[in-house]
Each structure stands twice: as C-alpha cells, then as structure tokens.
Design a protein around this ligand. Sequence first.
Ligand code: SF4
Length: 296
Amino acid sequence: MNNVEKMTDIVAKFVAYTAKKLPDDVIAKLEELGAKEDSPMAKVIYETMFRNQELAVKLDRPSCQDTGVLQFWVKCGTKFPLIDDLEALLKEAVVKATFEAPLRHNSVETFDEYNTGKNVGKGTPTVFWDIVPHSDKCEIYTYMAGGGCTLPGQAMVLMPGEGYEGVTKFVLDRMTSYGLNACPPLLVGVGVATSVETAALLSKKALMRPIGSHNPNERAAKMEKLLEDGINAIGIGPQGMGGKYSVLGVNIENTARHPSAIGVAVNVGCWSHRRGHIIFDKDLNYEITSHSGVIL
Ligand code: SF4
C-alpha cells in the first residue's frame, strides 16, 4: 500500500467512525444538559440520545440516518508530502467510507437531478483550505453536514447602524423560525465580517471549535454567552419539545470589517454534531483529538 492509499484508508475509516460515535465534547455537553433538564419529556429525549449512541456502536451503524454531505476543513503545511494528492484522496476516502460504513447517499448533481450514489459529485465533498507555511503536518476537521441542521443557515449584510443589536436579532430570528427543525440542542456558529461569503465561511468554521471554547476577544466571548442565554430562554429544548436548554453552545468567529457593513451569518450543528479532528505528521502517524480511545 503506498502512502496515498494509506492516508485514504485512514481518513475513510475515521469518517465512518465519526458517523457512529459523537465527539467527546458533544457527549459531555449532552450529559450535562440532560442532567439539568427536569421535564419528563426532556429526560426521555436525552435518554433516547444516549441509547442511540450505545446502539450505534454495538450494531456498527450510523447514529443518524442522515450522514450528511461531507465537508473537510484542512490546515495543511506546505511541506506535507501528500499536499498535491490531498483533495483527490479525500474524495476517494468519502467513496470508501460510503460503502464501508455505510453512509447514506447524499450527493445529488444540481440541475441534472440524479444522486451519484457515492456521496461525491461536482464540488463534493467540500474541502476548505488553510495553507500553513513551513509546516509538514496536515490537520483535518471532518464534518457531516446533515440536511436538517443545514436548513437554518443564512447570511446577510446589515447596515452599520444596526450594530450588535442587529446581529443579535438576526441570530434569534433564525433560531425562532428554523431552530426547531434542526434537532436541538444546537451548536450555533455565528460569523461576523464584511460580506456574505466571509461571514458564511466563518459561521461554519465556528462549528469546528470545541464546545466550551470561547472567542479570544472578550467582547465577542461575552456576546457568545449572551446569545447562548437568549436562545436557551426561548425554551426550544431537546428536539424542540420544550426545555431549559436549547443550545450546546454559541461560537462566534470574526474578522475586521468594512466600516459601512456588518456581514453576519449563522450556521447550525445538531445534537448529532459529527465533527472529527485528526492530525497527520509527514510519515502519516496520526493523532485524533476529537474522540478518545479510537481504534481505526
Ligand atoms: S438535524 Fe442532525 S440529528 Fe436531525 S436528522 Fe439531521 S443530521 Fe440527524
């Protein structure tokens, strides 16, 4: 097996694994929220989620039928030996995982309207690149973007006078209209930048951050907390059936922006937030930081 085949195989196995087992931070937060809910319905829903996780591993099946469109956030060193092969091998890894896991077929060619049956197509899986100069490592976040949790996504550009109140209204409006459909409790990613595309990318990137992490700017971190409290106060609760907690967290990512515009976007992860994180060195030794005790 050459190195391209070796890395393809590792990524395929990791993707298949993440379909069945949630990351450690998500499990810990679900346990914390489940323990704090006191309505019988909320308790039953959390118990069902934990039972789902047990059975997915025991029966070796994806924990949710919607295994999503695969997205990869790659931070690749310019000296990583397989940088030239990476995009093609990630695509091949998705095909392999689709048949080996198995994963539901979720890649429909737009305009031609047929399902490719392999979870890959024009531009899928999506690969977002960050190039890291002078590094020989490759860090990959894997993400299964399900349909329900993708639906609340929205981006727009606010007038500057709308300020942070405008950002808050934008996020809360999405939560009260579409939050319910996305299998709460939700991880809410918010991007604040200049334009729709910069804000949108940041709002999805925010979902790669661990639950409980904070924006390094203390005002942004305060806004994360205020939004979290505000969305919890709506009372959506687990699976939208009512409860004290509606979110796993709110992560804001931002850049500097044009003074005349506030680009804002929201993206949502569901309770089944299938995010993985794996780091390869130049010899393809790897470390998985999102899930403990993984044997691929
Ligand atoms: S929102 Fe998440 S848990 Fe609900 S069906 Fe979609 S992927 Fe599955």
